[in-house]
Design a binder for this molecule. Structure first.
Ligand code: GDP
Length: 346
């Protein structure tokens, strides 16, 4: 059946009450659907599975809200024993007490079968709440969940909470963090990225899954959501340009081999994108504006073309980029090795 994925930890189970936003999340994050188009999605009525082949082979199982997971036709014990993360979606714009009862019931069951399972709670649709109210809601949900788990004698269970919405990047950020917990190679990837940052004068670097715009790893400096947004948008722009030159023979082709794109923003930050392996792209922020003569006194102004313009004319930047190119080549080879020895693959 569709509910028996082979490999263990990379499976994600998406659950939550009806109309909570599960299908929308899958469509937006993994199928590039525009958030507004989810308004007319039919509610999930049967379990569905999505497979993603990135650095890890990921599958997302979506269980419909109404499904009674103790129903004999679903081998729920088997399902829970095979997932790495349970992602529970709570509609924050709705009355959520029922959802919290449902959540703690599921946690109790899941934890009994699989004590290693990561429990991740999306406090979803926060776009409809004011800033203050978001934090109040989060506090309330965390408090009540804690109380419920205490009543069940499960106070030791770790539960992570994320404020999410499909209308901004918060849903991608949440999924990035959830998926990173399932990548066993994460420490070595982070290490490699830290080295890259250090030796290439990068400000920040992400390893993205191109299709979903989830980042599977980043260097150890803190993630600022705006930096993430800029990098994610740069992927879209690169893909669009790439398909433009492809004569658009496919609606949205994956980035092909050897794709590389460099662009300097008006604030002097340069974006650097390189295609890696397995649907991954490395996107880095390079800042060379500290040396006053970066632009050779001939600062490039381009108001008509908006934020992005060609910047490779500059000598300093050229030199930095040559070093970055070299180091990224080394990184890519390292990534291939990591993949060869990957513990999770089909
Ligand atoms: P499911 O039954 O859990 O799969 O829920 P759906 O994905 O069908 O979503 C139910 C409704 O919630 C749809 O009309 C979506 O457009 C809406 N929705 C989903 N995510 C969000 C969100 O982040 N913000 C808002 N405002 N609405 C959302």
């Amino acid at each position: 059946t569709i509910l028996t994925p082979k490999n263990n930890k990379a499976n994600i189970l998406l659950m939550g009450l009806r109309r909570g936003g599960k299908s929308s999340i899958c469509k937006v994050v993994f199928h590039n659907m525009q958030p507004l188009d989810t308004l007319y999605l039919e509610s999930t009525s049967k379990p569905t599975t999505e497979k993603f082949h990135s650095l890890i082979d990921l599958s997302v199982m979506e269980l419909p809200g109404q499904l009674n997971y103790f129903e004999p036709s679903y081998d729920s014990a088997k399902i829970f024993s095979q997932v790495g993360a349970l992602v529970y979606v709570i509609d924050s714009q709705d009355e959520y007490l029922n959802a919290l009862t449902n959540l703690s019931m599921i946690i109790e069951y899941a934890y009994k079968i699989n004590p290693l399972i990561h429990i991740e709670v999306l406090i979803h649709k926060i776009d409809g709440l004011s800033e203050d109210y978001r934090l109040d809601t989060q506090r309330d949900i965390m408090q009540r969940t804690g109380d419920e788990l205490l009543d069940l004698g499960l106070e030791g269970v770790q539960v992570s909470f994320y404020l999410t919405s499909i209308f901004d990047h918060s849903i991608y950020e949440a999924f990035s963090r959830i998926i990173q917990k399932l990548v066993p190679e994460l420490p070595s990837l982070e290490n490699m990225l830290d080295n890259l940052v250090q030796y290439s004068r990068l400000e920040k670097v992400f390893l993205f899954d191109v299709n979903s715009k989830i980042y599977v790893a980043t260097d150890s400096s803190p993630v600022d959501i705006q930096t993430y947004e800029v990098c994610a948008e740069f992927i879209d722009i690169t893909i669009d340009l790439d398909s433009l030159y492809e004569n658009g023979d496919q609606a949205r082709p994956a980035i092909k081999d050897e794709v590389k794109c460099i662009s300097t923003l008006q604030n002097g930050v340069t974006l650097y994108l390189r295609q890696m392996i397995r649907g991954l792209a490395l996107v880095a922020l390079v800042r060379v504006d500290n040396e006053g003569d970066v632009y050779g006194g001939d600062k490039i102004e381009d108001e008509e073309n908006g934020n992005y313009y060609q910047s490779c004319r500059d000598k300093n930047l050229q030199q930095s980029l040559a070093i970055i190119d070299h180091n990224v080549n080394v990184f890519k080879q390292g990534l291939e090795k990591v993949w060869e020895h990957s513990r999770i693959r089909s």
